[in-house]
Design a protein around this ligand. Structure first.
Ligand code: C5P
Length: 222
């Protein structure tokens, strides 16, 4: 690739976006949160009054959908057809239905095109489930980020609490496991570690620790 590409894949709540964001800032790369794009399509289905299992209906929406990212703290802002959906894409309803919507062939084809376009004029760090395997198979660096389910549920619990949501740990654990199962078992580009990806286990490691580990890997590949 003409511009440097870092692909970060892994299961839900492994810390991909937290780590990718910090690295993108430090390295001056563009950060692409592909999960936010699948979430935005899921919100579009909801706004159109479609049932999440209406594959044909959701497919028909795709040509009319634009998704934009704008800088923001602590998270970048996400816009669906010009309307901000930054918070809505993280709601429990969207989180629990995004795996179904992202299993549709037309949805994946559409977003993979958009994601590749975003790499044409600048170096990127892109996180998701199929970046190293499908979206950017020639990425210079591929990371597969994992952590124990217990720790991932704990992280999600703290995130929720900070937002004033009180969901018990067991429910979160179940939701994470269910989403991982669906993402790993779908027909088209399931979540799987690319052959040439480097696995980084973040269980018990601080954010700074993970960032410096991956930074070293990136430097070694430059
Ligand atoms: O990364 P995040 O948890 O926000 O992703 C939300 C969902 O979007 C995932 O559970 C998965 O179903 C879908 N997704 C995907 N492919 C990607 C990124 C996300 O199918 N590259």
């Amino acid at each position: 690739p003409a511009f440097f590409q870092v692909a970060i894949d892994g299961p839900a709540s492994a810390g991909k976006s937290t780590i990718a964001k910090i690295l993108a800032n430090q390295l001056h790369y563009v950060y692409v949160d592909t999960g936010a794009m699948y979430r935005a399509i899921t919100v579009a289905a909801k706004k159109a009054g479609l049932s999440y299992d209406d594959e044909a209906g959701i497919t028909a929406l795709l040509p009319g959908i634009t998704i934009d990212f704008k800088p923001g703290t602590p998270v970048q802002k996400v816009f669906l057809n010009g309307e901000e959906v930054t918070e809505e894409i993280r709601s429990t309803e969207i989180t629990n239905n995004v795996s179904l919507v992202s299993s549709y062939a037309a949805v994946r084809a559409d977003l993979v095109n958009k994601q590749r376009e975003m790499t044409e004029s600048n170096p990127v760090i892109m996180d998701g489930r199929d970046i190293g395997t499908t979206v950017l198979p020639n990425a210079q660096v591929k990371i597969f980020l994992i952590a124990s389910v217990a720790e991932r549920a704990e992280r999600r619990y703290k995130e929720n609490k900070a937002k004033g949501m009180d969901v018990d740990l067991e429910t979160l654990k179940k939701e994470i496991e269910e989403r991982d199962y669906k993402d790993s078992h779908r027909a088209i580009s399931p979540l799987v570690k690319a052959k040439d990806a480097i696995e980084v286990d973040t269980t018990g490691i601080s954010i700074d620790g993970v960032v410096s580990k991956i930074k070293t890997i990136i430097e070694e590949h430059q």
